[in-house]
Design a protein around this ligand. Structure first.
Ligand code: GTP
Ligand code: MG
Length: 256
């Protein structure tokens, strides 16, 4: 049982396709990177401190290879994989991309990414509800992303627990779709508080659902002052240019 969010993140965690390569956290073994006793504040602090250490190691490992890692977080079904498929199809020829896919079960998202033309490793968290830095270290060892590439980490669909866990990413992208309700940044502020970018997806559905975009932007900025909010539809291919510009700017920024 994870002391931070109460989810189980132990024996069920599997990195599918474990391969070779040398990644961060070698020799630290996966599984129970943290103790599992009672839910005291001290344990929670220890757990997150341990995660932060491993995340710092991931960050160093990624920086040494010039890899820009983005942590994509949303509730289930907001459109993360669909946006990645579109992005890989549009940018993949010029810009090397790879993906770490986090889901409780199945290889479905990794298979979708591979079909779109990028390398992908699936991490199954079992009963766990988020990725942590140790899982990402194991995924990096298996994936071995190429020098100078863009690495997307698609977190487990969940607007709560993933916000607490630094993975070593360069930036955090919070994705929300127009079918989820414009008040969500007020209800799930932790997720939005750490966002470097907010992406509002499925804008093609705006004519059919009540969703106040202006109010949503206001709510997102109440959680994170001044945060940039992009609006797009991956299926209708609207608004993607600004997303691609943001990705290129992130890559340039992390190359500095
Ligand atoms: N109308 C519309 N549907 C979309 C759009 N993007 C994704 N969808 C649909 O939304 C559903 C969920 O999309 P996914 O990309 O699987 O969502 P996800 O966030 O990766 O889901 P999990 O990985 O399960 O959390 C699918 O039926 C997609 O076809 C969009 O821009 N417009
Ligand atoms: Mg997905």
């Amino acid at each position: 049982m994870c002391a931070t969010c109460g989810c189980s993140d132990g024996p069920g965690v599997r990195v599918i396709d474990p391969a070779h390569g040398h990644g961060p956290g070698d020799g630290h073994g996966h599984g129970h990177a943290h103790p599992h006793p009672t839910t005291t504040v001290a344990i929670e602090v220890d757990l997150l401190a341990k995660n932060d250490d491993l995340a710092a190691r991931n960050r160093q490992w990624l920086a040494a290879r010039g890899v820009t890692a983005l942590n994509l977080m949303s509730s289930p079904g907001a459109g993360k994989t669909t946006l990645l498929e579109r992005t890989i199809r549009d940018l993949g020829a010029d810009l090397p991309c790879a993906v770490l896919e986090g889901d409780q079960e199945t290889l479905l998202d990794a298979e979708r990414i591979r079909a779109a033309g990028a390398r992908a490793i699936q991490i199954n968290t079992g009963a766990g509800c988020h990725l942590d830095a140790d899982m990402v270290a194991a995924g990096l060892r298996a994936l071995a992303p190429e020098q100078g590439s863009l690495l997307f980490v698609e977190n487990v669909g969940n607007l709560v627990c993933p916000a607490l866990f630094d993975l070593g990413e360069a930036a955090r992208v919070v994705i929300m779709s127009v079918t989820e309700g414009a008040d969500k940044p007020l209800k799930y502020p932790h997720m939005f508080r750490t966002a470097d970018l907010v992406v509002l997806t499925k804008t093609d559905l705006l004519p059919y659902v009540p969703f106040d975009v202006g109010f949503f932007v206001e709510c997102a900025r109440r959680a994170r002052a001044g945060v940039e909010v992009l609006q797009l539809s991956a299926t209708a291919e609207e608004g993607l240019g600004a997303w691609y510009d943001w990705l290129r700017a992130e890559m340039n920024h992390s190359a500095l």
